[in-house]
Design a protein around this ligand. Structure first.
Ligand code: 4AD
Ligand code: MG
Length: 472
């Protein structure tokens, strides 16, 4: 290619421009090539948007033989004139003058052949086995752009509200948070670890001089920061070594955890509702083309469901009220419901999808089924917990007002066998200038699942981690 070439322009920018009749340079991956012996049409995608750019290669410059490496999946650089398109389906096209193949993709070997590599020819299950290539499909391009937009909207939301982003540790020395089974972090040799006199593994000789794990939540550290900076949020990777073989669980996921001094449960619910509504609105405005595509391809009800979240106040009720509704429901449940049992996702979805037909916030759960740090209600039986339940998802947020009273907190810890010596630093917040405070955790992938309308959480994170799978 000659050296006096124009700067590269992204496809998204070319499709939006009014400035035609100029020479442009585009680079991207071939979704398809078709045509006849006079002219060939190349659909080029560079990931900047869902749409492809039509490249027209006239036979006078490009005999068909010269285009033989331009197959689905190949990477090319195209230089040419940007003009109004004569054909249907696109406003502009590029009349190619130079085409350089940057990377070939052998049609015999490249797996994403069908239909410009959307999922029509290849199922989502099959794509999971080639997760390293699936970002090249329309579906995963759309999902990843929506995922990015939501991450950006989260930071923007909190920044505008005066929250500070705090980075909490990924390696943690406490295994007492009680949020799930943990992954051990160690540099000790598994085949012959050093042992103490009684034969158990001597973690005193491990890297940190004690047993360490990957974090299951940034909340406890987040509370330390909230009781200094006022309102903070974390947005980090979270690891749970259990119960992850479902369409809604990952072993590695991302969680957003705001924590606010001087908030009570009511304030916490108001924030959670406003936060979720604002994120869904952001996606509806900024990801319109991708959401339209996902809706048409997978789920005709998607946009309606998203609007049902932005347009309706969430239904708020106590766990006790919910149990009454579930017990008198006509529907048969696989798991029986009674006061004191944890709700299953079938129960949560009944409340949201059948009974109220809008998002639900359940509060004041029995203390036995919730974490030690939740503030005890006056009745001594329930705690100021809140779970936000969404259509198609079930629990999307879990949170609570926290127990700020040292005596009550340590009593709960004792009752629940949570070691207080390990969490001495956490208890110091209640010793020195304790304050009422509250917070919650939003599972990022559950949010992306809801907004994209995908049905398996493994399809909304680029490289899913679940039992038996860490290939890519
Ligand atoms: O309800 P959870 O366990 O709450 C906490 O971890 C609290 N420390 C949060 C807080 O108050 N700061 O998890 C919060 C959310 C869930 O509602 C769910 O959306 C998501 O995290 N989540 C998972 N997402 C994907 N895979 C998993 N294995 C998940 N476990 C929880
Ligand atoms: Mg929970």
């Amino acid at each position: 290619m000659p050296t006096d070439q124009p700067r590269r322009t992204r496809v998204a920018d070319l499709l939006a421009t009014q400035d035609l009749g100029r020479e442009v340079l585009v680079k991207g991956w071939v979704r398809s090539r078709r045509g006849n012996k006079y002219v060939q049409f190349i659909a080029l995608n560079d990931g900047s948007c869902l749409a492809t750019l039509q490249v027209v290669a006239a036979a006078e410059h490009f005999p068909e033989e010269s285009l033989k490496e331009i197959t689905t999946g190949a990477c090319v650089a195209v230089r040419g004139l940007l003009v109004a398109s004569q054909g249907k389906g696109q406003a502009v096209e590029v009349q190619a003058t130079h085409i350089e193949v940057l990377g070939t993709a052998d049609p015999e070997a490249f797996p994403l052949q069908k239909k410009g590599s959307d999922q029509k020819g290849i199922s989502l299950d099959e794509l999971r086995k080639i997760a390293h290539l699936r970002p090249r499909t329309n579906t995963f391009g759309a999902v990843l752009r929506v995922r990015h937009a939501l991450a950006f909207a989260i930071h923007r939301y909190f920044n505008e509200k005066g929250f500070y982003n705090v980075h909490t540790p990924i390696i943690t020395g406490s295994d007492a948070e009680g949020a799930g089974q943990m992954f051990r972090v160690t540099t000790l040799p598994p085949e012959h670890p050093p042992r103490t006199a009684d034969g158990s593994v001597d973690f005193g000789q491990d890297f940190f001089g004690k047993p360490t794990n990957l974090t299951v939540s940034g909340q406890l550290e987040g509370e330390l920061a909230a009781l200094a900076l006022g309102q903070i949020y974390t947005f980090g990777p979270t690891f749970r070594a259990e119960n992850s073989n479902t369409p809604r669980h990952l072993a590695e996921f991302w969680m957003i955890e705001p924590e606010m001094a001087f908030y009570d449960l009511q304030d916490n619910m108001d924030l959670a509702e406003d936060f979720l509504q604002s994120l869904v609105k952001y996606a509806l405005t900024h990801c319109a083309a991708d959401l339209q595509f996902l809706s048409e391809t997978y789920d005709k009800d998607l946009l309606g469901r998203l609007k049902s979240v932005t347009d309706n106040a969430f239904q708020r009720l106590t766990y006790t009220e919910a149990v009454e509704i579930l017990k008198s429901a006509k529907q048969k449940f696989e798991f029986p419901v009674d006061w004191g049992t944890d709700l299953q996702s079938e129960h949560e979805r009944y409340l949201v999808e059948k009974h109220f037909q809008k998002p639900v916030i359940l509060t004041n759960y029995p203390k036995e089924i919730k974490a030690f740090y939740m503030k005890l209600d006056e009745d001594g039986r329930t705690v100021r917990a809140m779970d936000v339940l969404f259509p198609g998802i079930g629990e999307i947020i879990g949170g609570s007002q926290r127990e700020e009273d040292l005596a009550k907190l340590t009593a709960r810890m004792a009752a629940m066998h949570v070691p207080q010596d390990e969490l001495w630093w956490y208890l110091d917040t209640r010793r020195f200038g304790t304050a009422p405070h509250a917070g919650f955790g939003l599972g990022f992938e559950r949010l992306v699942l809801f907004v994209t309308g995908m049905t398996n959480i493994r399809d909304v994170i680029p490289f899913p981690r679940f039992p038996g799978s860490a290939e890519f």
